[in-house]
Write a protein that binds this ligand. Sequence first.
Ligand code: FE2
Length: 270
Amino acid sequence: MIQLKDVSYVRLGSPDLESAENFATACLGLQIAERGKKDLYLRSDARAHTLCYSEGDPSDQTVGFEVEDEASLQEAASTLESLGHAVHAGSAHEAEQRKVRAFIGFRDPTGNHIELVVRPERSGRRYFASRDAGITGFSHIGLNSIDPARDERFWTQVCNARVSDRIGDIPLMRVNAIHHTIALVRAPKAGIQHINHQVENSDDVLRSYYFLSERRVLYFKGPDGMIFEYSVGVDEIEDEATHRPRQFGFEPTSFCMWGSKPAGMALPNN
Ligand SMILES: [Fe+2]
């Protein structure tokens, strides 16, 4: 069984790094960690980077998850290969691009590009942003799934994710004590459905509501149509052994206590 420790980063292709930079700094509230030739590294917490825009096709979307060490990485590669997943062993140059010691790449059953990484760099400098959105860190991602039941089995049975709750047929899955790190959202093709950053308190969400009032709120669109989310106060699962997933209806209040609707998802009106 592969043991994921945490989500580490998202890499997004973008044809226009300048627009991506404007959005990420002035709107979303991230800090520029580094401008490479073809890569823009952004921070949202103590990590060296949590989002990287890389010059290229917007359909190139990758999520990186941390595993314990290089032995775990080798084991993960064997497990994935034995299940028929093609595994790419990251080169030294590619690892350097990702600011990790080593990594492998593969696709989940829907075709989402996933990387498993060892020793992602942290930064000695504190995160601060040009726009004070109150961000405390990169927290979770929604992943498209052609078949959520099948993909839930992959994430839980192969990668040791655990279902914390379900909204309709969307499983919210944890890989550590945080309530959810991965949500699987039914969609016709692979892709990242949304990217979440936690903010410090409800006032930060409201301040961003007014700041982003011309857009879809709480969930809002960035470059290339990617959906970003701010949320506050994610639960922790206190007792790993006894927690049972709760089932919530597929309706707006299940996503947000204020009833905000996730952009890009068809929901009943109420
Ligand atoms: Fe979310």
